[in-house]
Design a protein around this ligand. Structure first.
Ligand code: CP3
Length: 682
């Protein structure tokens, strides 16, 4: 990259971070205001670019009605059929018997080719000419159109219909040497196919067909592209695949292709439907939302509903990529305004290692089966259904806080929820815990994981919004996620495990695939946590529950960079708690990976562990959960011992060393919490 484009890129990055409209939008968007009971979504002043031509005025009105600033820049103009010279030349040569084979690549293109040819020639003559030679249909769409037109393809290309199958199928049917082959194209050229045909001795004629070209007046489109390149736009709406081609081609012709792509990476990008999305992805851009029905009104409604959360996640992620690329990882200040009224709550202060009037306490798995209130709801609903229904999840979260009088709420969910959009067959069996029907054991398994979007876990965000509102700014709310290693262990083992044999075998025998899997998990987890923060989580905890099964060298090589990239992605003002069990040998490395608070299990002495960490982080823990089965006097003794180990030093959050067990007497849990509050009062 030359210096000039580096400079432009640098300008774009800074521009996006400092001048983004998102802060204003967050302030204006009722969805993100903690005291609002209205969760109806809107653009809240975001700048929305749409490329629609025919319905340009209607689109502008729809955007403005939902509170957006509309920038409608038509990207296409219809080309009269008789101006398709390549199509007309092709017809002449076809009728003169000068081709041996024709490859029809797309359905839309095949239809457009015929429409153009039929401005001069009879369909019957064209069909007869094609019937005399070899005709290839690349996939189901060209097949349908060809049959509609009366042409029966001689070759139907097998799935997945890439250029490789096209070439293979044709070469299997005819010897290509010296043959004249025409390739119908629509919008995109396939250079590999042409090269493959030529390598086998064929003479190739490309037949490009255009129904659409750039508009005659390109000024509005140029202005929109400059706004995108300069990060002065927030949302992009594509309503046809040809718009995508034209937008990118004009950007490239103007010499701002890279900056426009960078701009899109920091915008919420919406597409009218799958064909359009495919074209967006073909240019290396990501599609953030599609409407349920491929209609303009639905698309704009979806954009208004999702844009704010998408922007928060995408912009923080783009910042993370910069942070990760820099030699030392650092937490990046976010563009999200600090809006927590809880900054002085003892829980938040303890995360920052500031003095507190007493030691704050909460219990891992505090909303669970040991509570009769939980069991009553659980009797009526499947566990995953409880997680997916925000009102149920909010209810059990809040009940635990009210019943126990703890200093933090933790959203009722599960670390395995991200496995739902991975489509690996996650379910929970009574007594057996989680089961994954299709574990990930090979590269091919990994390739089967579909593109994932945190929107699939939007129910967690909605539950957080409900809890956030119910807590009324009095108690901090903890969001959470599994760390990449612990998630990977479930994906690979297919469930819980004792030895992590399959996980470690995968790591040792397929290190590259392992890192790919971990990167995918880290990226999704970072987005997922940012979504929870955007919805109202004040703190996030990362559960690396089973990482203690690794030695330090493996942790450093196979785990640390990935956990670090998740933590680096979290805005600096949101405390991160980093927890694992049996991690006595890993504590220093876990601190290196990151976290404001390191979680300790009961197998270590808290005083020793904290000293080993040089008191450079806060610590959380670490009563043995089974201590809660002892009588109240013994529970108090043990709580006292842990408080003594912390020595009143700022930065201790009391907790169990692991999740509370289902058989725990609730009154013993309450006795512990009261004891900690009372004995630690300063
Ligand atoms: O702390 C809380 O109150 C919030 C809710 C929460 C749950 N799971 C609910 C849950 C949290 C933070 C988790 C995290 C979790 N889930 C971890 C990391 C914490 C840890 O214990 O190390 C892990 C490894 C999981 C995966 C998981 N979920 C397992 C292994 C099981 C089955 C075993 C068990 O404890 O039941 C679950 C199910 C689960 N997650 C339940 C609850 C309340 C029980 C579901 C039921 O009612 O049957």
């Amino acid at each position: 990259m030359n210096d000039e484009s580096c400079q432009l890129k640098a300008q774009v990055w800074t521009g996006c971070r400092t001048h983004g409209k998102i802060d204003d939008a967050l302030a204006m968007n009722p969805e993100t205001q903690s005291n609002s009971s209205d969760i109806t979504p809107g653009f809240g002043g975001l700048r929305v670019v749409a490329f629609e031509s025919r319905m340009a005025a209607e689109v502008a009105t729809m955007i403005e009605r939902r509170g957006g600033i509309a920038m409608v820049a038509p990207a296409m103009r219809e080309v009269p059929l008789e101006d398709n010279h390549a199509a007309l030349d092709f017809a002449e040569h076809l009728l003169a018997g000068e081709f041996d084979a024709v490859i029809f690549m797309t359905g839309v293109g095949t239809r457009a080719l015929f429409a153009a040819m039929e401005t001069r020639h009879q369909r019957a003559a064209l069909v007869a000419a094609l019937a005399a030679i070899t005709t290839v249909a690349r996939g189901p769409k060209p097949i349908r159109v060809m049959r509609d037109l009366g042409v029966e393809p001689s070759i139907v290309v097998p799935e997945p219909n890439t250029w490789r199958e096209v070439l293979g199928a044709l070469a299997a049917k005819i010897a290509l040497k010296g043959k004249r082959v025409a390739v119908q194209e629509y919008g995109v050229s396939n250079h590999e196919l042409t090269a493959g045909l030529e390598a086998r001795g064929a003479r190739v004629t490309i037949v490009p067909v255009y129904r659409w070209t750039l508009p005659a007046d390109r000024a509005p489109l140029r202005a929109a592209l400059n706004a995108i390149a300069g990060c002065a736009a927030d949302v992009a709406i594509f309503t046809s695949s040809n718009q995508v081609t034209n937008v990118i081609q004009l950007a490239e012709a103007e010499g701002i292709g890279d900056s426009v792509k960078h701009g899109f990476a920091r915008m919420a990008v919406g597409s009218i439907g799958p064909v359009c999305s495919e074209q967006i992805r073909a240019y290396g851009l990501s599609v953030d939302f599609e409407p349920e029905h491929s209609k303009l009104g639905h698309l704009i409604k979806e954009a208004a509903a999702q844009a704010t959360l998408i922007l928060i996640a995408k912009r923080a992620n783009a910042d993370r990529i910069e942070a990760v690329a820099s030699p030392t990882l650092r937490r990046v200040p976010s563009s999200i305004p600090t809006r927590s009224p809880l900054a002085d709550h003892p829980m938040m202060k303890a995360c920052r290692r500031e003095p507190t009037p007493y030691t704050p306490i909460w219990l891992m798995r505090q909303a669970g089966r040991y509570m009769p209130e939980y069991r009553r709801i659980r009797e009526q609903h499947d566990f995953l259904e409880m997680c997916k229904r925000p009102e149920l999840s909010a209810e059990v979260t809040i009940t635990a806080v009210e019943r126990l009088k703890v200093d933090a709420a933790i959203i009722f969910a599960d670390i395995l929820l991200p496995l739902i959009p991975m489509e690996v067959g996650l379910h929970f069996e009574k007594g057996d815990g989680p089961i994954i029907d299709r574990p990930i054991r090979t590269e091919a398994d990994l390739d089967r994981i579909p593109d994932m979007d945190v929107a699939a876990l939007g129910f967690v965000g909605n539950a957080i919004k409900l809890v956030h509102r119910a807590l009324g700014g009095k108690t901090p709310l903890i969001g959470f996620a599994g760390a990449p290693f612990t998630l990977a262990s479930y994906l690979i083992e297919g469930g819980s495990s004792r030895q992590y044999q399959a996980t470690k075998t995968f790591m040792y025998t397929q290190p590259e695939t392992w890192h790919r899997l971990m990167e995918l998990l880290a990226r999704f987890t970072a987005d997922y946590l940012k979504m929870q923060i955007a919805a109202g989580a004040d703190i996030v905890q990362i559960f690396d529950s089973w990482v203690g099964s690794l030695g330090p060298d493996d942790y450093r090589r196979f785990v640390l960079p990935h956990t670090a990239s998740v933590i680096a992605a979290i805005p600096a003002e949101v405390p991160v708690m980093h927890f694992g069990t049996v991690t006595g040998n890993l504590l220093e490395l876990m601190r290196e990976a990151g976290g404001d608070v390191i979680g300790l299990d009961w197998r270590v002495n808290l005083a020793d562990a904290w000293a080993r960490l040089n008191y450079s982080v806060a610590v959380q823990g670490n009563l043995d959960p089974i201590a809660l089965f002892a009588d109240v006097a013994e529970i108090r003794n043990r709580a006292r011992a842990i408080l003594d180990q912390a020595g009143g030093r700022p930065g201790h959050i009391f907790n169990l060393g692991h999740g509370i067990l289902p058989e725990t007497p609730v009154d013993h849990a309450i006795a512990l919490i009261d004891a900690v509050h009372e004995m630690s009062a300063r």
